[in-house]
Write a protein that binds this ligand. Structure first.
Ligand code: FAD
Ligand code: SIN
Length: 517
């Protein structure tokens, strides 16, 4: 193993790239926009980690433990998180965050001690943050600085359109201009898929490219029915995220009458699991003719809000809201993809030479629902592990047979006489049929509609993205149809209960190729 390509420059990709350089590999990082443009860059609330286990001299002792972080993560995962991958995340997390600090990430401190906050479904105040509510930007810019200092070759504003697979091995990538870049292995770190929906906290680069490229190359994807909708984005164009940390600091959700509706619905009220709060908001909005609910943070005081959450403060003001004196309108928005390319705990996909890490991957860690602030940690921990894994001369086939079944075989061929896909139509269809609440009838109709659409010729980055969104939309709908129960981020109004017999991962593969190389 001499050379690798890393596709994507979020926390997962840059961690992998920096570790690979340190391991002596020739590294090429390819990213389709500016290096900083990623979900990572916009992360607000922070990073969950067992601070007690960090070596940083400013780490306070809170009585937290790896076992507690594991338990909270497994609970959020609603029966689908794999205990081994969760254990790795929580046990290796403290070292990974010490490494981020060593690489220049300046987490917020008070008198030298690391500041730490609370988010929903965490048993301890284990959320580190930076720049108040700019944790992702602090991580992104520090890692970009290190990347520029390293020997890695960086191709910015360069879109990867496909993987090159020869004799069952992934040996490189194909770029938009048709040229190929070769390497001994490819690490996909292409992030999420928020652009499947019209309302999303994600930036425009989150177009599910890695999942679609992986499926085309013959890799298995998993748990594609599980999408996390964040309860509180500003009800204004752009759906700017209003971090859960704001509710962690004590902000309340109120309906049109000013009533704290979450008090009646869950013992943890506003800090109930994300899917519970998001659906409660959607239900309340429906009962008040679509009017958004409001987040009341006024009792926290304008000065505190501006200091603790400077970016949200600025975003509110830019939309004409003064959240220090009035509650602000909020609405759920697509936020995080639990599903992705199936990997083992070393980031290995089912195609030799192809690795996936971060939000694009599904290593079983996030299960049916991700615990808040666990994904930056996932990128840092698994971004390092993927390099350890690819340097390890372990067997090429990482998987046993058990997790492949039941598997949805997806035909990726478009109808020749189909209607060319339009992104806005696709997003609205997905919101209506595969959003916060799903039914057999809506999903069947969506599947039928999607089957009549075709991708246009790939002539620019947008058309390549649209083709990818179409493939993944079909895969989401097929997976959501196949799971006749409700669990975590997948809610079926016609099957509202969780069925213990369905506590297993789903899998999707392209029917036109071998599911496993
Ligand atoms: P990303 O950071 O999304 O990076 C993906 C990269 O791949 C980008 O550089 C992109 O340009 C590139 N790319 C994609 N396709 C291609 C292609 N075809 N060719 C070339 N390059 C490509 N998580 C937390 O843990 N804590 C938080 O507080 C938090 N807050 C969040 C707030 C917001 C608004 C959002 C959107 C997410 C938040 N998350 C948070 C989730 C978290 O930010 C992401 O899950 C995580 O950063 C994903 O990292 P990644 O490296 O896997 O992908
Ligand atoms: C937030 O700040 O609410 C987002 C945290 C996350 O998605 O993990």
């Amino acid at each position: 193993m001499n050379s690798i390509i890393v596709v994507g420059s979020g926390v997962a990709g840059m961690t992998a790239a920096l570790d690979a350089v340190e391991a002596g590999l020739q590294v090429t990082v390819i990213s389709k926009a500016d290096l900083a443009e990623s979900n990572t860059r916009y992360a607000q609330g922070g990073v969950a980690v067992v601070i007690d286990a960090m070596v940083d001299p400013g780490a306070p002792r809170l009585g937290d433990s790896v076992e507690s972080h594991v338990t909270d993560t497994l609970t959020a995962g609603a029966g689908l998180s794999d205990p081994d991958t969760v254990q790795v995340l929580c046990a290796e997390g403290p070292g990974a965050i010490d490494e981020l600090i060593a690489r220049g990430v300046a987490f917020d401190r008070h008198d030298g001690q690391l500041s730490h906050g609370l988010e929903a479904a965490h048993s301890y105040q284990r959320i580190l943050h930076a720049g108040g509510d700019a944790t992702g930007a602090a991580i992104a810019y520090a890692l970009i600085d290190r990347l520029h200092e390293s020997s890695a070759k960086v191709l910015e504003r360069t879109t990867v359109v496909d993987l090159v697979v020869e004799d069952g091995n992934c040996v490189g990538v194909r770029l938009l201009d048709g040229s190929k870049v070769g390497a001994d292995a490819v690490v996909l770190a292409t992030g999420g898929a928020g652009q499947l929906f019209p309302y999303s906290t994600n930036p425009e680069v989150a177009t599910a490219d890695g999942i679609a490229m992986g499926l085309r190359a013959g890799a298995v994807a998993s748990d594609l029915e599980f999408y996390q909708f964040h309860p509180t984005s500003l009800s204004a164009p752009g759906n700017f995220l209003v971090s859960e940390a704001v509710r962690g600091e004590g902000a309340h959700l109120i309906d049109a009458e000013g009533r704290r509706f979450m008090l009646d619905l869950h013992p943890d009220a506003e800090l109930a699991p994300r899917d519970v709060v998001a659906r409660a908001i959607a239900q309340t909005m429906k009962s008040q003719n679509g009017a958004p609910v409001r987040l009341d943070a006024t009792h926290l005081g304008a000065e505190f809000l501006a200091t603790r959450f400077p970016n949200i403060d600025a975003a509110c003001r830019a939309q004409g809201f003064d959240w220090g004196v009035e509650p602000v309108p909020v609405t759920p928005a697509a936020h995080y993809y639990m599903g992705g390319l199936r990997t083992d705990e070393w980031g290995r996909t089912s195609v030799r030479g192809l690795y996936a890490v971060g939000e694009v991957a599904c290593n079983g860690l996030q299960g049916a629902n991700r615990l808040a602030s666990n994904s930056l940690l996932e990128g840092a921990v698994y971004g390092a592990r993927v390099i350890e894994g690819l340097l390890d001369p372990a067997p090429a086939q990482p998987f046993g047979d058990d997790w492949i079944e039941p598997s949805v075989a997806l035909d990726l061929a478009d109808p020749v006489d189909g209607r060319e896909v339009n992104r806005s139509d696709l997003q609205q269809l997905m919101w209506d049929a595969a959003g916060l609440a799903r039914t057999e009838v809506d999903l069947q109709q969506a599947a039928a509609e999607l089957a009549t659409w075709r991708a246009g010729a790939v002539s620019d980055a947008k058309s390549a993205e649209d083709a990818n969104l179409l493939i993944v939309a079909r895969a989401v709908v097929a997976s959501a149809l196949a799971r006749r129960e409700s669990r975590g981020g997948h809610f079926r109004t016609d099957h509202p209960d969780t069925d213990p017999a369905q506590a297993r991962h789903s899998a999707v593969h392209h029917s036109g190729v071998m599911a496993r190389a």
